[in-house]
Design a protein around this ligand. Structure first.
Ligand code: PMP
Length: 370
């Protein structure tokens, strides 16, 4: 190319953006014993959702309902909220991007906790806003640290609760204290992707969204509902916020199959309950297994989600990168978090009983126990 011909200019904030690194889905040539890298539902979607998706396949020459009307109605009925205030997205990933795009831009700040969900950084940089990262509290959310970093330029605060990749949860009172400390012109985006796995009193954000003009609550069908491949998430907020987000969303952002599958999945409360009780039982079991390796320097961070974050010693023979290799050699794909500035950590999703046991067996062997 002629050196005098100007090349397209990539925006500096896009140039500065490190792309999302998804969990590994394949092993080179070897069979996978357990894929525990993306916090998916190990049982799959509800059979009712599969039937509902199959039933609409022949209609997929037509564009989907751009308003996801039936799905919003079903979500509204389940949660007792106004369907008009719900916006569906191509995964809750899209809702995160819509929040950043509608409320922040160049010169603005978007604030979130260190070890928050990786897409917050991408969403902030994508729109040219400055990401501001608050220190963590032993991997968890530090409300005071977040509040201390709020400035007149803070346009959005993202908080995942339970958080991914740490699994940490802050109390309902702490969530409300964070919101109460934010200026009314700062959007509080509360990401409840793992809400169904939290135990005890829990702030799901819906009443906060009803009561305040600056709260967006976000949910997903990718986790407990087992529909990750269909890409369906939703947000809930007051009309002014929802209408701003609608303006910039893709017009046909949730496929017909996803809409039909999600409506059916909402109706299969037995499937949801089965996944929930299994996840809580095996999350506890996996946490205990890791805790039993405490004398080897391994530590399980207490989790309120469908995975467990394991911290390894910083040095020696039992480091996280070596553990990751050992797990992979046993056919177990977990999420080694060096790319998220957590070189000592591996996140292990709760799988089926056999998968979760296989992960624990592999970890014990790695630690020299068996
Ligand atoms: N928020 C959090 C905290 C997540 O962990 C994830 C998925 N890993 C998402 C949002 C996005 O989920 P999805 O786009 O599949 O709805």
């Amino acid at each position: 190319m002629n050196s005098t011909t100007p090349a397209p200019q990539i925006k500096p904030w896009i140039e500065a953006l490190a792309p999302y690194v998804p969990g590994k889905a394949k092993l080179d040539g070897r069979p996978i014993v357990a894929k525990l890298s993306s916090n998916e539902n190990p049982f799959g979607p509800s059979p009712l959702a599969v039937t509902a998706m199959q039933a609409v396949l022949a209609n997929t020459n037509r564009y989907p309902d751009p308003a996801s009307t039936e799905l919003r109605t079903a979500i509204g009925a389940l949660h007792g909220i106004d369907p008009e205030r719900i916006i569906c997205g191509t995964g809750s990933d899209e809702i995160i991007h819509l929040v950043a795009g509608a409320f922040a831009g160049v010169g603005d700040e978007i604030l979130y906790p260190r070890y928050g969900f990786a897409v917050y950084d991408i969403a902030a940089r994508r729109v040219g806003a400055t990401p501001v990262v608050a220190p963590d509290l032993d991997y968890g959310t530090d409300v005071d640290a977040l509040l201390a970093l709020v400035t007149p330029r803070t346009r959005v605060v993202f908080l995942a609760n339970p958080n991914n990749p740490t699994g940490t949860l802050i109390s309902a009172a702490e969530v409300r204290r964070l919101h109460a400390g934010l200026p009314s012109d700062c959007v509080f985006a509360l990401d409840c992707a793992y809400a169904e796995f939290a135990e005890g009193e829990y702030e799901d954000g819906l009443a906060l969204s009803d009561a305040h003009a600056n709260v967006v609550t976000m949910r997903t069908f990718s986790k407990i509902y087992g529909l990750a491949a269909q890409r369906i998430g939703w947000g809930y907020a007051q009309p002014a916020l929802v209408s701003a987000m609608h303006r910039i969303r893709a017009p046909f952002n949730v496929p017909t199959t996803g809409q039909a599958g999600a409506v059916a999945a909402l109706g299969d409360t037995d499937w949801v309950e089965k996944t929930r009780s299994h996840t809580l039982e095996w999350r506890r079991w996996l946490t205990e297994q890791v805790t039993a390796l405490g004398n080897k320097g391994l530590r399980a961070i207490p989790s309120a989600a469908n995975f467990v974050l394991v911290e390894f010693p910083a040095e020696g023979t039992l480091t996280a990168d070596k553990a990751n290799e050992a797990l992979l050699a046993d056919g177990i794909i977990a999420r080694y978090l060096a790319v998220q500035s957590m070189p000592r950590c591996i996140r292990i999703s709760v799988g089926t009983e056999a998968e979760t046991r296989a992960a624990a067996v592999s970890l014990r062997r790695f630690a020299g126990i068996d």
